[in-house]
Each structure stands twice: as structure tokens, then as C-alpha cells.
Design a protein around this ligand. Structure first.
Ligand code: UDP
Length: 406
């Protein structure tokens, strides 16, 4: 496990010193993060790094995970879909089940702290029965810019009780009766997923997956989720394949809080249609080193999402100096700028066009990928994320100062 000082060579001494200064200013504080899973998805990915680093900075930090029955995760997945704009059917009974499960969680979990940060909609209603003396912050990681109105109204009832909320982009913010902050997510350059790997390690992992042909590789790493558009990725690959030989790797697993993954994977398997150049890799939640190797080995990384909170897979690939093509949605547009740090696309045809372009313009691809890495270094590493959290905690101590800049 990396220590804060290990990041100095990556982000510079001043950034690290600043973290210690902020932590000293904050003083003794107990913080609890609450999320819905310890494995799978971007939230778990980030908390795995942030929690130990916050502790090292002297902020006593814990991470609690809620549990629920099958019905609970069905309704929270329906919330997720509805908040990102899809139509869903949610009955009154399902809403009651959501509240009951969180009431149970509130009675089991240790929520005694100075600051409680509740991640995403799944645990949002904990505040009904859990709020004691602590400041409660709702951290929303998904694109709630155009939510289905009924679901948002239901959730807003709880979100409004929080002392503050955090969104990943300003366009996700809402009319809420408390301060709202924008904090970008981040990746950890020293985690198993992002640390440097030797060519030997990468080759071994590829061999274990049975990937041995030398055709250019297009890769998408994602949970099997409709918003990640794996079927669209296959269509784009097929358009490219008409005149440029290549292979496609679609790799991902499920998240413990996502019951739809199996269904989407089944559809993807059908659409593979026996093409030996399409590799479908179903990954366990521990496959961090494997994802690292696949990303490092890819020629082009795709994240053709139709909706996206932020898209950490984009950040991860950019950090590894890969040319990335991303759907022009959510936080992906904060990361990719056309011809500078990658390409944004709006359609299957657009994705195919940009894949072909990159396969035939390797100098341009290299230059964009180099810019991409530097852009991530400045904006999307865990050290910047820690700084934002510490600054936010300090700002919470001064509610009268509306505009403490973080
Ligand atoms: N990820 C993983 N295993 C998988 C699929 C994804 O570890 O099978 C990781 C991926 O590398 C990234 C995170 O989960 O770190 C996904 O974050 P992102 O913001 O891209 O999407 P989310 O799943 O949170 O919608």
C-alpha cells in the first residue's frame, strides 16, 4: 500500500506539503464514508485509496458499506437508471422496501462521526434515522442532470436534509437548500490498477487470457451495463473491421450492487456471433493488475458510454498514455478534448471513424496520449482529490463564508 510521500515524485513536493498543511488546519476529525459496495465500480475504486490516505493524514476515516435484500438492489438499480434519464416502473412497495432496508442499515452501522459522506442514491435515505450531531454530505457520482422527475422528487426529500452535496460536474447540480460543491473523481497512480507494469507482467497476463494475435487492439473495460453501450462498441468495431484488421477486447465484471449485469452480458455474448477477434473477458472484482495490463497493451481505448457520471476508465487509460475515444457524455467531456487529449464521439459511426483515424495516424495518436497523461496528472489524481476533500471539510466549519474557494 502506497504512503503519501510516495506520490511526491509524481505530483511534486509542494502538493504533498499542502495536504499536510490542510490536514493540520483541520485538526482532529472523524469521517465516515458510506457506500453500497466494497467491490466493483468507480466509488469503491476511489474509496480504496482515499480512506487509507486520509487516515495517514491524521483524519480518522472509516468506510461503512450498506447491505440489502435482492429487492433493495433492484430498486436502487432502477433509481440509477431513472436518475440518468431512463423510464422505469417503481411501485410504492419498492419505495417502502428501499426505506426499510436503509432503516435497518442505520440501526446496524456505526455512523458516529464529525462528518458522514454518503455516496450515491443507494444509502441516501440513511439520513432519515441516522443523523446525529455529524455534518452529512451527499456525494453524487452519477449524471443526474435530467432525472426522471418522480424518482428525483422522492430522493430530493432526503438529499435536502443533508448539510451539503457534492457533484462531479456543475451541470449535474440541482436546486437544493444547501451548499453544493463540484469535486472531480480521481485515480490512484500507485494502485495495482495504475502502477507501472513490466512488459513481462503484461505479456503473462495477456497469455493467461489467451490473447496472442498481433492485430491492433481496441479495448473497452466496463461493467456490463447498458449505459456503457457494449453493443455499440461491437458495432463500431465491425464497421472498422470492414477495411482495417483489428481485434476487440470487451472486459468487465459486475458490481455487487448491479443486478442487471448478467442480462447485458448474455446479449453481448449473442452479438459476438463467433467472431474469434472479439474477446469477451468476464473479470472478478480483484482483477486490478489484469485491467492495468489490458489497458497498457491496448492500441486504442474506448469508453463509448451513453451516460456517464465521470468515467474513471477514461482517466486510467489516459494516465497510461493511450489514445482514448469516449462518448461525449457526463464527466468524459471534462477529460477529453478533441485532437488534444483524445476524441469525443456521439454515435457508432463516429466511434468507428475515430478508431480508423487513430489506427492510421500513429503520430497524432501518440501526441494526444502524451497530452492526456499530463492532463490527468494535473487534474485527476488522488492527491488533488484529497486536497478537495480537506478544503471542503474546512469550508464546512465556516458556513457563513459562502465562497471559500476549494
Ligand atoms: N472496473 C473494474 N472491473 C470491471 C469493470 C470496471 O475494476 O470489471 C473498474 C474500472 O477500472 C474503473 C471503475 O471500475 O476503475 C469504473 O469506474 P467508472 O467511473 O468508469 O464507471 P462506473 O462503473 O463507476 O459507472
Amino acid at each position: 500500500m502506497a504512503e503519501i510521500k510516495d506520490y511526491q515524485t509524481i505530483v511534486g513536493k509542494e502538493n504533498i506539503d499542502q495536504l499536510f498543511r490542510l490536514a493540520r488546519r483541520l485538526g482532529k476529525r472523524k469521517v465516515i464514508h458510506v457506500s453500497s459496495t466494497r467491490t466493483g465500480g468507480g466509488v469503491a475504486e476511489m474509496l480504496n485509496s482515499l480512506v487509507p490516505l486520509m487516515n495517514e493524514l491524521g483524519i480518522e476515516t472509516k468506510w461503512e458499506v450498506i447491505t440489502g435484500d435482492t429487492g433493495f438492489f433492484e430498486v436502487t438499480k432502477a433509481f440509477h437508471n431513472a436518475l440518468q434519464g431512463n423510464r422505469v416502473n417503481i411501485s410504492e412497495r419498492m419505495l417502502e422496501n428501499y426505506l426499510e432496508n436503509n432503516e435497518k442499515n442505520a440501526s446496524i452501522l456505526d455512523l458516529e462521526a464529525d462528518i458522514v459522506i454518503v455516496h450515491d442514491p443507494q444509502p441516501a435515505s440513511l439520513i432519515r434515522s441516522g443523523k446525529g450531531r455529524a455534518k452529512w454530505i451527499w456525494r453524487c457520482h452519477i449524471d443526474v442532470s435530467r432525472p426522471e422527475r418522480r424518482v428525483w422528487k422522492f430522493l430530493k426529500g432526503f438529499v435536502s436534509k443533508y448539510d451539503a452535496s457534492i457533484f462531479s460536474m456543475s451541470k449535474f447540480a440541482h436546486n437544493l437548500p444547501h451548499p453544493q460543491y463540484i469535486i472531480f473523481p480521481s485515480i490512484d497512480p500507485l494502485s495495482q490498477k495504475n502502477r507501472e507494469l513490466s512488459q513481462k507482467e503484461t505479456d503473462e497476463i495477456k497469455r493467461d487470457f489467451g490473447i496472442n494475435n498481433l492485430k491492433p487492439t481496441i479495448l473497452q473495460i466496463s461493467r456490463f451495463d447498458r449505459f456503457k453501450d457494449p453493443l455499440g462498441v461491437m458495432e463500431a468495431y465491425r464497421l472498422v473491421k470492414r477495411n482495417t484488421d483489428c481485434k476487440l477486447i470487451l472486459a468487465g465484471g459486475g458490481a455487487a450492487d448491479d443486478p442487471e449485469g448478467f442480462e447485458v452480458l448474455t446479449q453481448v455474448k449473442e452479438q459476438k456471433k463467433g467472431d474469434p477477434d472479439i474477446h469477451l473477458l468476464f473479470l472478478p472484482p480483484t482483477a486490478n493488475r489484469e485491467i492495468n495490463a489490458l489497458q497498457r497493451d491496448a492500441d486504442i481505448v474506448l469508453q463509448k458510454s451513453l451516460k456517464e457520471g465521470f468515467g474513471l476508465t477514461v482517466t486510467e487509460a489516459m494516465w497510461k498514455k493511450k489514445p482514448v475515444i469516449g462518448g461525449a457524455v457526463g464527466g468524459i467531456v471534462e477529460q477529453i478534448f478533441n485532437y488534444q487529449t483524445g476524441f469525443l464521439v456521439h454515435s457508432v459511426e463516429g466511434a468507428a471513424y475515430r478508431i480508423r483515424y487513430l489506427l492510421h495516424h500513429s503520430n497524432m495518436a501518440r501526441k494526444m496520449a502524451e497530452n492526456a497523461k499530463e492532463y490527468v496528472r494535473r487534474r485527476f489524481l488522488v492527491t488533488r482529490h484529497l486536497r478537495d476533500y480537506l478544503s471542503l471539510f474546512i469550508a464546512l466549519d465556516h458556513p457563513q463564508d459562502d465562497y471559500i474557494s476549494i
